[in-house]
Design a protein around this ligand. Structure first.
Ligand code: SF4
Length: 734
């Protein structure tokens, strides 16, 4: 703890208490002890701070004696140069003494006929507390800031206030330096006119409370009332009230310039309530240990651009962005919207250009919340109907963020970006395919709007784990390819985590219904040995997402009684799938292609299709552009496989499932694989070899035909016979 800080706090508190003592004695001499004090019908809590902390019902000047005496008793001597006992408790007691003394001082104003100058709020009534306090405690209003100013310049003052407004954070202004206030800076900067009525200021979320430091107590005694009103705590339950404000009211203080003693004392009061203070002065010593406040208590941020993000981080404010500022409509209703070729301005990914989306965690110091950067040309430069490379890199920071959550956040990109009218998104990871419609382009939609969407939605839906979000968009092909490489390393890491777990080793599987917007009856059942068919969600992801979002799209599915271990049929899973598929899918066999297979939405990485003549199955990945031995291209196969219905003989799968011991286990397993594109065969080689070795067929992969060996089902059969493929020795598939 800094000796300097607590010396100044205690010295400042002594000064406040002395002022209160003197002012009270003067008032008593003038009016006598029975003179009523307080704000009358504006509050039911007498002097709210002493009511909450001391249980005092101060109604008269005489009652204020008790309050001032208690404030005096809380004070320790001002630390001397020689002897110093670094007690945090003494500093916090000095904060409490300051708030009680300040409250007496403002209460005495009601006796002395003091009137707030025009344009300043002064006391804040219970009515306002009820109207806004409920938003503060239920999170609709993320928090409030009490600023002691002025800022060094009007530009800085306006910049900071605008950043807070953007985040819906209520701003209170008080104090002055040599007569200059932040209210004046707001007027100079055009935030509101000098004659703005107070209602306008409340509507703007920028409320000048009073021109003096003392006026800050109006804000603190307003916020302590929330513990009494919304927290249900009783008068005098000081610990409970302070714990409530710390946990439920996301407030913080900002101080501009060097901090004088009286500000320090008031800051200690704020800290006691759980509200940290952020100073822009290099002379302020920091108080980093946490405990009294949720995170650090006193933090220095000299870069005014970073001041608000630092406040947000220090107070752990969960930012909510109400309106997504993009030039096209934004609603869940647009999620299933397709952008047809003739309506398209430009597209990204699939077989037309390299594209990737990748979410990863970074340290909080490396990311500026809300920053969206574009590297490369925007879509203005695209040839209409053409394709461009696209890399979407999302950097997230959060003290509760874990690497295990990255894949989950990343998978939401599909849903969030699809909600923008005229933007189509399918796929995941390095398999995305996006289109921007001509109409969206004409309306002004540009790539940076993807960043605006992702920033807002990540805060909105994952505010519990995400504190800061920045988005980098790339259209430069070299940079996109670099991001693909980086992403692939992370994707491999994510896929490897599940290795070693089996379906038998768990009692619950996880559902995924993210894709029900496209395929309303579709439910992915994710097991340890069978990932979601998009390839982006495995069982660990399902579990992690359920932890983060217990009512979200990934729900635990208790397996229940095993009905058939070979086909992979369980009573609990059948019940769950039936209830969550709009009662369309009655049975689900996890390991069968032909009997009650899983439904397929449209996001699958690969399609498995039966080749009856070859007594096996072929598999084709999204990137393969030719006609397959089934006589259909990927796109044609997708139209018979997708949509959320069970289609025996056709199955959408994640490519990792091709190497799983549970791959079509009821139908003969990987030995049924008779054809796949060469590129896919090489991509799965490393993982597949393990499964091939396990079943005693170490050269199975090379016996599988590719487009170089066979283009028709007959040619596949001829190839199998030539290489001695084990599928031919299996029982007939149909
Ligand atoms: S394909 Fe399945 S696992 Fe992937 S997002 Fe859609 S529903 Fe979820």
């Amino acid at each position: 703890m800094s000796k300097q800080v607590f010396t100044q706090v205690i010295r400042g508190a002594h000064s406040w208490v002395s002022q209160a003592e003197q002012a009270l004695e003067k008032a008593l001499a003038e009016h006598g002890p029975d003179k009523p004090v307080g704000w009358g019908p504006q509050t039911a809590y007498y002097l709210p701070m002493s009511y909450a902390l001391m249980g005092l019902e101060a109604k008269t000047l005489g009652d204020l004696r008790v309050q001032v005496q208690h404030a005096r008793e809380l004070l320790q001597p001002i630390p001397s140069e020689e002897l110093w006992l670094p007690y945090l408790g003494d500093g916090l007691d000095a904060g409490a003494a300051t708030m009680l003394a300040q409250e007496v001082l403002v209460a005495l104003r009601t006796v002395n006929g003091h009137v707030m100058p025009p344009g300043w709020q002064g006391f804040i009534s219970d009515t306002i507390m009820r109207e806004l306090g409920i938003q503060l405690v239920d999170g609709r209003m993320p928090g409030f800031a009490l600023i002691l100013g002025p800022a060094p310049t009007t530009e800085i003052a306006v910049g900071v206030v605008r950043e807070l407004q953007k985040r819906n954070i209520l701003v209170f202004l008080c104090a002055n330096r040599e007569g200059k206030t932040m209210r004046e800076q707001m007027v100079e900067g055009g935030v509101f006119p000098d004659d703005a009525p107070m209602e306008e200021c409340w509507d703007l979320y920028v409320v000048p409370v009073g021109p003096d430091t003392l006026d800050g107590i109006y804000v603190l005694n307003w916020s302590i009332r929330s513990a009494l009103t919304f927290g249900g705590h009783k008068r005098g339950e000081s610990r409970k009230c302070l714990d409530y404000t710390k946990r439920r009211i996301h407030a913080f203080g900002i101080t501009f310039g060097e901090i004088p003693d009286d500000w320090y004392a008031m800051g200690a009061g704020a800290i006691l309530m759980g509200y940290p203070v952020i100073s822009d002065s290099t002379t302020t010593p920091e108080i980093r240990p946490t405990g009294v406040t949720v995170r650090e208590a006193l933090v220095v941020e000299t870069d005014h651009e970073k001041l608000v993000p630092t406040c947000i981080d220090t107070r752990a404010v969960k930012v909510k962005i109400e309106k997504i500022d993009i030039p096209v409509g934004y609603a869940a209703a647009f999620e299933g919207e397709r952008v047809r070729k003739e309506d398209m301005h430009v597209q990204f990914g699939y077989k037309y250009s390299p594209a990737v989306e990748y979410v990863h965690t970074v340290d909080g110091s490396e990311v500026q919340d809300g920053q969206v950067e574009l590297f490369g040309p925007d879509i203005d430069s695209a040839t209409e109907g053409g394709a461009m490379p696209l890399g979407i890199e999302v950097l997230v920071a959060g003290r509760k963020m874990a690497r295990d959550f990255e894949g989950i956040l990343e998978r939401q990109i599909h849903r969030w970006t699809s909600h923008a009218m005229g933007f189509m998104h399918t796929g995941q990871r390095d398999q995305i395919w996006c289109r921007v419609s001509k109409k969206a382009f004409a309306a002004g939609f540009r790539l940076r709007h993807l960043g605006v969407i992702l920033h807002a939605k990540l805060h909105e839906e994952y505010g519990g784990i995400v504190d800061k979000v920045a988005v980098r968009l790339f259209t430069d092909e070299q940079q996109v390819r670099k991001l693909i490489e980086e992403g692939r390393r992370a994707f491999t890491y994510r896929d490897d985590r599940i290795a070693g777990m089996t379906d038998e080793s768990v009692d619950v599987f996880y559902s995924c219904t993210v894709c029900q917007s496209y395929a309303p009856d579709h439910v992915c059942v994710i097991t340890p040995q069978r990932l979601g068919l998009c390839g982006a969600y495995n069982w660990l992801d399902g579990r992690a997402n359920y932890e983060i979002s217990p009512t979200g799209p990934n729900q635990p599915i208790p397996k229940g009684r095993t009905l058939d271990p070979v086909k992979g049929e369980w009573e609990g899973v059948n019940k769950f799938v039936y209830e969550h598929s709009n009662r369309k899918v009655e049975r689900f066999c996890a390991y069968s292609l032909l009997e009650a297979p899983m439904t397929s939405c449209g996001c699958f990485e690969c399609i498995v299709a039966i080749l009856p003549l070859a007594n096996g199955v072929m598999v084709v990945n999204r990137e393969f552009g030719e006609v397959t031995p089934s006589g259909m291209s990927f796109g044609e196969l997708a139209s018979v496989t997708g949509g959320g219905a069970q289609t025996p003989g056709f199955l959408g799968v994640g490519r990792l499932y091709l190497s799983s011991p549970k791959f079509l286990a009821a139908d003969g397993g990987v030995k049924r694989l008779v054809w796949m594109p060469k590129q896919l065969r090489e991509a799965i080689r490393e993982r597949f070899q393990k499964e091939a070795a396990r079943i005693g067929e170490p050269d199975l992969l090379d016996k599988i035909a590719t487009e170089e060996d066979a283009k028709t089902e007959e040619e596949v059969l001829a190839h199998l016979e030539k290489v001695g493929h084990p599928a031919l020795a299996l029982p007939p598939l149909v």
